[in-house]
Design a protein around this ligand. Sequence first.
Ligand SMILES: Cc1cc2nc3c(=O)[nH]c(=O)nc-3n(C[C@H](O)[C@H](O)[C@H](O)COP(=O)(O)OP(=O)(O)OC[C@H]3O[C@@H](n4cnc5c(N)ncnc54)[C@H](O)[C@@H]3O)c2cc1C
Length: 327
Amino acid sequence: MPSAEPQLSRWVMNDTAIQAPLERWLTGPRFAALPARDASHRAPALSFEFFPPSTEALEHQLWHCIRRLEPLAPRFVSVTYGAGGSTHARTHATLARILGETTLTPAAHLTCVNASRDEIDAIARSYWELGIRHIVALRGDVPGGGAYVPRPDGYAYAVDLVAGLRRIADFEISVAAYPEVHPEAPSPQADLDNLKRKLDAGATRAITNYFFDAETYLRFLERALAAGITAPIVPGIMPVSNYAQAVRFSALSGIAVPSWLGHLFDGLEQDHETRRMVAAVVAAEQVRVLQACGIDEFHFYTLNRPDLVYAIAHILGVRSATLPERA
Ligand SMILES: Cc1cc2nc3c(=O)[nH]c(=O)nc-3n(C[C@H](O)[C@H](O)[C@H](O)COP(=O)(O)OP(=O)(O)OC[C@H]3O[C@@H](n4cnc5c(N)ncnc54)[C@H](O)[C@@H]3O)c2cc1C
């Protein structure tokens, strides 16, 4: 029997073109069994990302999503902060409602763009007073695109924000990581150095941008480990059912969309139902490969839609818990 030992280097595929099938089958990736229903199975830790709603209909959709995913008892749920802080009030209101009306632990995204250090510090303090103990600290992007120029009175980069937050309160801090390199980074090594600086400055976890190839992520983990990073770099998973939109998004973020993904969605443009089934299978396979490799933390970009995420979490072995009565 092939061993199912999680070992990163085994997941970097050999050159399949020059190998005979048996050699390829015997030296390629090995998949662990599906999660067993016994004491040996430890369900992975999940977190979910939501965006703050801008209309009543979207508010309704978000809360349907939150209620559906809440029984999965995620480690935390995070609420994004719109480009340039444009959703500040809505982010705050969403976090307050999650704190007040659910059993969930919310984390607040916070960005540096378009604000002075004093303004950002005041927001961070208001989060702490509200009861938020976890910040996802980001640089952010210039609203509407364009080159980023740090403000002289602001936090220039995420690393500076992390250091600033550490001075304000004892926040848990997560930061962003890019398996396919951030598009503005001078080099992959410079980007990795930046990630290490963010963790050294006080962040305890990185969450990756989404990616489609498990191998890309695993190679990135190997490079991070070699660079001396030991904090978890949690894979960010985005189930994709709208292929055309994913291609547009990914082009902006420097994320490779493999040709097999296009092939899977080919001809399904008008077939919403089948696209959702394909999306579930693609994302489930992605997380299963990572789980078989030993990864036991996953962050889901929910886009405020629960069903695919719920199904994938179920496949990973996560089951609904009975929620405690709220006082
Ligand atoms: C998990 C996750 C959540 C996100 N949530 C949000 C959100 O809620 N709102 C939002 O607006 N955006 C969000 N983003 C997007 C993010 O803001 C952008 O990707 C942004 O372009 C970079 O943010 P960062 O925190 O990674 O920046 P940084 O870590 O500051 O890096 C930005 C770039 O600058 C480079 N760099 C770092 N330091 C220096 C330096 N001293 N000199 C020159 N270059 C430098 C880095 O290599 C990188 O290319 C999120 C991204 C992820 C992965």
